[in-house]
Design a protein around this ligand. Structure first.
Ligand SMILES: C[S@@+](CC[C@H](N)C(=O)[O-])C[C@H]1O[C@@H](n2cnc3c(N)ncnc32)[C@H](O)[C@@H]1O
Length: 463
C-alpha cells in the first residue's frame, strides 16, 4: 500500500469545522510512526507473556495499553475496556496494579479474557502435575488404540469435514481428558490450550476469516500430533503463569472483572463517573465476523449448540453485521449529525451498485448507518462511565465501503462531540492496515477517491 499523504489526512480534519477543540491528526512520517503512542497492532503480543495465549485478529498491542496507562493514570486508577476481546487492556491493567472492567459479548473471547486475568490465581503445582498426567495419558492412548467417550458437539456443522478421522480421534481423547479434570482454574487452562490451537490441525484456516484450507490452496491435514502441540501450549501457559505470579509477588492483586454482556448495558454494571481511563477498540466498519470466525471454539467449548444461539449473538454485536442489516427497511441515523457529512457519505454508499439490490449500496448503507448509530451509543456510554477530566482512547480504522471512503475516526470524533465529549486529538500510529474484508465490496467508486486503510486513535476527554 502507498502512504496516506498529508493532503488526504487534512481533508479528514476539514470535516469538523465546528469542533473547536479538535486537533489535526498526527501524521506518521515516512514508513514509520511519528505518533506518540505505540503501534496498537496485536502482532507483537504473539511473543509476550500471557498475551500470546490466544491469537485474536482484531486485538491491540499490550505496549499501547501500557503506554496509555503510564501516561494518563500514572498514579493509578480504574480502567475500562467496553470491547475487551481477549483481554489485552485487562491483563495490562492487572500487571500495572490497576482495577479494571471489561465487557465482551463473544463467549469465547470472554472466556479467554477471564482465564488470562486469573493467571495469578492458578495453582502452579496442580497445573504442572496435570500436564504430566496428560502426557502419560496421551502416550497410553496412542499405544492402546483408545476409544473416546466424547463425541463431536451437537449442532456443529461444517462445509467440509472439520477434522480428518485420525485427527478427530486424538481431539476426542483430549476432550475426554479435559472433562475429568477437577480443579476449575486448571480445567480452564486446558480448555484454553485446546481452543487456541484447535484450528491449526483442522481442515480450516484463518485467512484472516475462517475458511477451508483447500479454498486457500492448502492441503487438508490428515494426521497431526495433537497431544504434542497441546503440551507445548500448556507449558507456555505454565511458564507465563509462573512469570506473572513472580511479577505480582507480594503486591495486592487488583480487581479484574470481565462482564459477559453488551457494553450497551453499561448502566447496569458501571457506576456513573467511576472510570479513570478507557482504552478500547470497537469492531471496525469492515464486517469482520467475530461470531462466525469463532464457531469452532464456541461449539467445542460448549458455549453454543445451535445456529439460533449464534444468530442472537450477531444481533447484539456492535454495528450488527452486514448480513443482519442488509435486508432491513432503510436504516437511518438515530441522531442528528452536526457539521458532518456522514449522511451524504451514507447516501453515496446507498447509490452504489443499485442493480445488486441489498447486496449493493443499499444493504451496505444500512450496515454503515447501524454502525454509526452504535458509535453514538458508545459515546454515550463513554460519557456515562468516565470521571470528569478523564480520557478515552478509541482505536478505530477508516473503511472503504462499496468503493466509498469512510473516515470512521473523524466521524467517531464528531459523534463524541455531539454527546458533550471533547475530542483532544486523532493520532495516526500506522498509515497502512491490512485485512479489511469489504475494501473491494464495491466494483467502482463514483468519487474516484483513492484511499488507503490506516489505524487511528481517537483521544476524547470528559469535560
Ligand atoms: C476489535 S475487538 C477488541 C480486541 C481487544 N482490544 C483485544 O486486544 O483483544 C472488538 C471486540 O468487541 C466485541 N464486541 C462486539 N460487540 C460488542 C458489544 N456490543 N459489547 C461488548 N463487546 C462487543 C467483539 O466480540 C470483539 O471481541
Amino acid at each position: 500500500m502507498t502512504e496516506i499523504n498529508g493532503t488526504e489526512m487534512e481533508k479528514c480534519t476539514a470535516l469538523e469545522p465546528c469542533a473547536t477543540t479538535f486537533h489535526a491528526p498526527e501524521k506518521p512520517k515516512g514508513g514509520t510512526s511519528s505518533c506518540e503512542f505505540s503501534d496498537p497492532a496485536f502482532y507483537n503480543n504473539k511473543s509476550q507473556h500471557i498475551h500470546r495465549w490466544a491469537p485474536w485478529i482484531a486485538g491491540f498491542s499490550k505496549d499501547f495499553v501500557r503506554d496509555s496507562i503510564g501516561r494518563f493514570i500514572p498514579c493509578g486508577g480504574v480502567v475500562l475496556d467496553p470491547f475487551a476481546g481477549v483481554g489485552t487492556t485487562l491483563v495490562e491493567s492487572m500487571l500495572t496494579g490497576n482495577d479494571s472492567f471489561g465487557f465482551e459479548i463473544n463467549p469465547y473471547a470472554h472466556f479467554v479474557s477471564e482465564t488470562k486475568t486469573r493467571a495469578v490465581f492458578v495453582d502452579v503445582e496442580a497445573f504442572g502435575k496435570e500436564i504430566r498426567r496428560f502426557e502419560a495419558f496421551f502416550a497410553s492412548c496412542a499405544a492402546s488404540d483408545y476409544e473416546a467417550k466424547s463425541t463431536v458437539p451437537e449442532g456443529f456443522r461444517s462445509k467440509v469435514e472439520f477434522y480428518s478421522p485420525n485427527v478427530l480421534k486424538k481431539v476426542l481423547a483430549l476432550h475426554d481428558f479435559i472433562c475429568q479434570i477437577e480443579q476449575g482454574d486448571v480445567t480452564a487452562m486446558f480448555r484454553l490450550a485446546f481452543s487456541s490451537t484447535m484450528v491449526r490441525y483442522s481442515n480450516y484456516s484463518y485467512e484472516p476469516s475462517l475458511g477451508t484450507r483447500k479454498g486457500s490452496g492448502k492441503e487438508d491435514i490428515s494426521d497431526f500430533d495433537v497431544g504434542g502441540l497441546t503440551v507445548m501450549k500448556l507449558k507456555e501457559c505454565l511458564e507465563d503463569i509462573e512469570w506473572a505470579q513472580k511479577e505480582m509477588g507480594g503486591k495486592p492483586i487488583p480487581r479484574s472483572e470481565v462482564i459477559h454482556d453488551s457494553f450497551f448495558n453499561y448502566a447496569s454494571h458501571i457506576e456513573e463517573g467511576s472510570i479513570d481511563l478507557i482504552v478500547t477498540s470497537p469492531p471496525y466498519l469492515n464486517n469482520y465476523h467475530y461470531n462466525r470466525n469463532t464457531r469452532p471454539q464456541m461449539y467445542w467449548l460448549g458455549f453454543v449448540s445451535s445456529p439460533a444461539e449464534m444468530k442472537g449473538l450477531e444481533e447484539s454485536n456492535f454495528g450488527t453485521y452486514w448480513q443482519t442489516a442488509r435486508d432491513k427497511d432503510r436504516v437511518d441515523l438515530a441522531f442528528k449529525p452536526e457539521c458532518s457529512d456522514i449522511e451524504e457519505r451514507l447516501d453515496e454508499i446507498r447509490s452504489m451498485n443499485p442493480e445488486k439490490g441489498t447486496y449493493g449500496g443499499k444493504g451496505w448503507a444500512n450496515y454503515a448507518a447501524s454502525y454509526f448509530n452504535d458509535c453514538y451509543r458508545l459515546s454515550q456510554g463513554i460519557g456515562h462511565s468516565l470521571r470528569s477530566g478523564s480520557t478515552a482512547l478509541v482505536v478505530i480504522g477508516n473503511s472503504i465501503v462499496q468503493g466509498v471512503h469512510v473516515p470512521t475516526d473523524a466521524y467517531f470524533a464528531q459523534i463524541a462531540d455531539l454527546v458533550g465529549l471533547e475530542t483532544v486529538r486523532i493520532h495516526v500510529p500506522r498509515e497502512t492496515r491490512v485485512g479489511n474484508s469489504i475494501k473491494d465490496s464495491g466494483l467502482r467508486s463514483k468519487s474516484k477517491e483513492k484511499k488507503n486503510l490506516y489505524e487511528a486513535i481517537v483521544e476524547v476527554r470528559k469535560k
